[in-house]
Design a protein around this ligand. Structure first.
Ligand SMILES: [Zn+2]
Ligand SMILES: [Zn+2]
Length: 237
């Protein structure tokens, strides 16, 4: 079995939704400033940015996964390896089944935050939801204490036969945020990443320098909020 482990940031926003970095800037940044082998562009409710990034992939030595962060009725859901855009405003179950129809990977991002799917209900509802929803992975957010806790939750789910993998993503809305949270997987390619998720061996990690990035975010937050408001307006059906 492949003993090389690589990093993937599976949650990145661009100007195609509420991020502040353009796709070509993201590609350059990943190539020159990070050691990521795979990235997923996961804009809100659109595949445009991800498809654009995919079209530039051959110019670089890392791979791009086409993803979308979909605003379902009960919160955000990430689909990876998508071919067709999934509309906002569907139920969580419908959203998840549309991802499965395309043979995509379902990740529940920031599951316990406000816009996360288990947000208002917390951990108890989480256990219930695990039984009802066939998702592949739980995103472990870019903060170290949470990371440790959520990696343990994922390990427990695995032990209980629930089959949940842990993935990490930065949820970067700024260039400098890219790679701050990432998924460690066995192998080097997007296909390896996928099988590593299927084998439940991925782990979430956070890069040092999180505080610096948090400060930058604080500085830019009004702008990001405005962009988010714009995006939510746009995906209201
Ligand atoms: Zn989100
Ligand atoms: Zn996001």
């Amino acid at each position: 079995m492949n003993e090389v482990w690589s990093k993937a940031d599976l949650h990145i926003h661009s100007t195609h939704s509420d991020g502040t970095a353009r796709i070509p800037e993201i590609m350059e940044y990943v190539a020159t400033k990070t050691d990521l082998s795979v990235i997923a562009i996961t804009d809100h409710n659109t595949l445009e940015g991800a498809r654009f990034a995919k079209s530039l992939e051959d110019l670089y030595d890392f791979e791009v996964v086409v993803g979308e962060e979909i605003s379902s009725k009960s919160g955000h859901i990430i689909g990876l390896f998508l071919e067709e855009e999934i509309p906002a405003g569907l139920s969580a179950l419908e959203t998840i089944s549309r991802i499965h129809e395309q043979n995509g990977v379902v990740i529940i991002p920031h599951p316990f935050s406000n816009r996360g799917i288990f947000g208002p209900f917390g951990r108890t509802a989480f256990a219930q939801a695990v039984n009802e929803m066939a998702f592949h992975a739980l995103e472990i957010y870019n903060s170290v204490p949470y990371l440790g806790w959520a990696n343990r939750v994922a390990a427990k789910m695995f032990a209980g036969g629930q089959g949940i993998a842990a993935t990490g993503g930065s949820d970067a809305h700024l260039l400098q945020g890219i790679g701050r949270g990432y998924t460690l997987f066995r192998g080097t390619t997007a296909a390896d990443l996928r099988s590593s998720i299927d084998r439940l061996e991925t782990r979430a990690e956070a890069a040092p320098g999180g505080l610096n990035v948090a400060l930058r975010y604080a500085f830019r937050i009004p702008r990001i909020r405005r962009l988010q408001a714009w995006n939510w307006e746009r995906c209201k059906d």
